[in-house]
Design a protein around this ligand. Structure first.
Ligand code: GLU
Length: 498
């Protein structure tokens, strides 16, 4: 039988790391089994819906670079399943359950239900206690129900939960699970009085109609599963297999949240993470692939994923490890790839030109500097966001540091100024494209001046780049241009000996 799984987000917020993880695990499982991965928008809750969240969902997939396999009309990324386009189907199914005697119309007024709900919360929903709804309409005669409906009375449809006994299901990770039916929410609503389905009904009907074989979702849904299984049986359907994924926690053991760091995909993007790093790291959250190896392409993960390799225990989100992955992937980029990746960050920082939409529009000279700088910064970047501060001196005059910044240890301002003057005198005779030759010339000059090589280089570095820590110096001077650098050196020298 073909494996068919789905990611079924409700577009009530921006995509976050938990959602990405659920989507990725489903995708990897489908691929590892030669099966299908579906995307289904569970947009039944119209009050919390926003187009912006749907756009964010699509953007996330586009950025991550993997897609769902089919939709209602065409395959591929253009058409996921959308529940709000399928409302008639859910109504039909709820009515079918009524006709099968598995569900019933409930005419109870909102205020009565609200009171029951409030009372139940007071009682703290004790062991085995039937809290919330008191099942008053469960025994309304079907003929009377039809009459009341025909008379225009408003009604919801509720599922009949068995009053006693237990419901069992198997979870691929957690094993056999058995719930007392008395502990299942008493007769949950399937169809609201406006004809809209609840999440539970739409979810089960769709999983059945879409031939979903495995439901892999966040652990928070496990308490809904007994009710879902009861609904499958009420329809006379076989439930899919379940696999509830362990929670993702922060380092302090509490559920991963904003307090721990970035959690929404937007933030990770904005903070300069690469999709490859995020995919590789998230795939490893509570799951192993191959001993002693950490970097995998998506294709490799697809082939290696096994449900048996998922941990039962919660996973801890380690930002430091993710940062490590990010650095690794940055170093794997070619110079041209990395230049294209950092360009939007440089444009946002105003270092290269941008079009009216904010997209980078560098001229040929700027593009050449960016490309030329890539070998200098590649080893140093942890995030794409590091590029702008690290490369600012290539495009703008650095702010003049305080005089002390130019002065090597044990020397004074006058000596630092002398060393700067010597560097300025030497530079024009150096071939800046030949770094070893430049270095040799500067070493010889340091010796001639009775100075340490490092002491000759340090003031020059601060003058040319604005900082004691910078990408490689001669390459930097080459990129900035000799004339500009000489002016920067002169500016610094004047600061030291006014
Ligand atoms: N719409 C639910 C969610 O937002 C789906 C749960 C499931 O996968 O069954 O997570």
């Amino acid at each position: 039988m073909e494996v068919r799984v789905r990611y079924a987000p409700s577009p009530t917020g921006n995509q976050h790391i938990g959602g990405v993880r659920t989507a990725l695990i489903n995708y990897l499982f489908a691929r590892s089994q030669g099966g299908k991965f579906l995307l289904r928008l569970e947009d039944t809750d119209r009050t919390r819906y926003s187009d912006e969240y749907v756009k964010n969902l699509y953007d996330t997939f586009k950025w991550l670079g993997f897609y769902w396999d089919e939709g209602p009309d065409v395959g591929g990324p253009s058409a996921p399943y959308i529940q709000s386009e399928r409302f008639a189907l859910y109504k039909e199914h709820a009515e079918k359950l009524v006709s099968m005697g598995q569900a019933y119309y409930c005419f109870c007024a909102e205020d009565r239900l609200a009171k029951l709900h409030a009372d139940a919360q007071d009682e703290e929903a004790g062991e085995g206690g039937s809290y919330g709804y008191d099942r008053r309409c469960r025994n309304v005669d079907p003929a009377e129900a039809s009459r009341r409906l025909a008379a225009g009375e408003k009604a919801v449809i509720r599922l009949k939960i068995p009053l006693d006994g237990t419901t069992k299901f198997r979870d691929a990770l957690l094993g056999d699970i058995e719930w007392k039916n008395a502990d299942v929410s008493p007769d949950p609503v399937l169809l609201k009085s406006d004809g809209f389905p609840t999440y539970h009904l739409a979810n089960i009907v769709d999983d059945h109609l879409m031939h979903i074989t495995h439901v892999m979702r966040a652990q928070e849904w496990i308490s809904s599963t007994p009710m879902h299984v009861i609904m499958y049986r009420a329809f006379g359907w076989t439930p899919p297999e379940f696999c509830h994924l362990p929670m993702v926690l922060g380092q302090d053991g509490s559920k991963l949240s904003k307090r721990h760091g970035a959690t929404s995909l937007n933030e990770f993007r904005k903070n300069g993470y690469l999709p490859e790093a995020l995919i590789n790291y998230v795939a490893h959250l509570g799951c192993s692939y191959e001993e002693g190896r950490e970097i995998f392409t998506l294709k490799e993960l697809e082939g290696l994923f096994r449900v048996e390799k998922l941990n039962k225990a919660s996973a801890v989100f380690d930002y430091t490890k993710l940062e490590w992955y990010n650095g690794q992937y940055i170093r794997m980029k070619t110079d041209a790839e990395l230049a294209a990746l950092v360009m939007p960050f440089l444009a946002a920082a105003g270092l290269v030109a941008a079009g009216s939409d904010g997209a980078p529009a560098p001229g040929p000279a700027q593009a050449a500097v960016v490309l030329g700088a890539m070998p200098l910064v590649k080893e140093r970047l942890k995030f794409l966001t590091d590029a702008a501060p690290m490369m600012r001196y290539l495009f703008e005059e650095p702010a003049l540091p305080a005089p002390e910044e130019f002065i090597p240890k044990k020397l004074d301002a006058a000596r630092a100024a002398e060393l700067l003057a010597a560097a300025a005198a030497l530079l024009p005779s150096c071939d800046l494209a030949d770094v070893p030759a430049c270095e040799a010339a500067f070493r010889a000059e340091a010796e001639r001046l009775g100075a340490k090589f490092g002491d000759l280089m340090m003031p020059l570095r601060v003058a040319a780049t604005g900082s004691r820590v910078s990408p490689p110096l001669f390459e930097s001077i080459h990129l900035v241009g000799l004339e500009k650098c000489l002016a920067r050196i002169e500016r610094a020298r004047k600061l030291l000996v006014p």
